[in-house]
Ligand binder design. Structure first.
Ligand code: 5GP
Ligand code: ZN
Length: 116
């Protein structure tokens, strides 16, 4: 049984894709916690940070580079990158992903979103 994000990667479930290459995909979060909320994930099914292996180093680096490039392309001057790990860390979908959050109009507004 494929996980929800693998189904999105395989286009079995529709999503609003922001970026895609051979190894990484980014799409809009269905329940945004900020005015701009993207998820950035490896196409390889890695359940969480706790499941990372030495051989995943380059892939993890790519996630951050994709985040940076999306932010540049969307003219985002500042943003938050968040990774939830495990249920107690607020992770609900067991497929490694970065949350890219941005677009607040004021610092007060920025503090409102709670993860998850
Ligand atoms: P987590 O809590 O695992 O770190 O984050 C999972 C995120 O996936 C949540 O912010 C949630 O809103 C988002 N999400 C859950 N189901 C879907 C879906 O079917 N499509 C999209 N685009 N996002 C989803
Ligand atoms: Zn998966």
């Amino acid at each position: 049984m494929q996980c929800l994000f693998c189904k999105i990667i395989n286009k079995e479930i529709p999503s609003d894709i922001v970026y895609e290459d051979e190894k990484v995909i980014s799409f809009k979060d269905i329940h945004p916690k900020a005015p701009i909320h993207f998820l950035i994930l490896p196409k390889k099914h890695i359940p969480s940070v706790n499941h990372l292996e030495e051989t995943d180093k380059e892939l993890v680096g790519n996630l951050f580079l994709v985040a940076k490039n999306i932010a540049r392309d969307k003219n985002l001057n500042g943003y938050k990158l968040i990774v939830n790990v495990g249920r107690e860390g607020g992770q609900l979908i067991d497929h490694l992903h970065l949350h890219l959050l941005a677009g607040w109009k004021s610092p007060e507004e920025r503090e409102i979103p709670k993860m998850p």
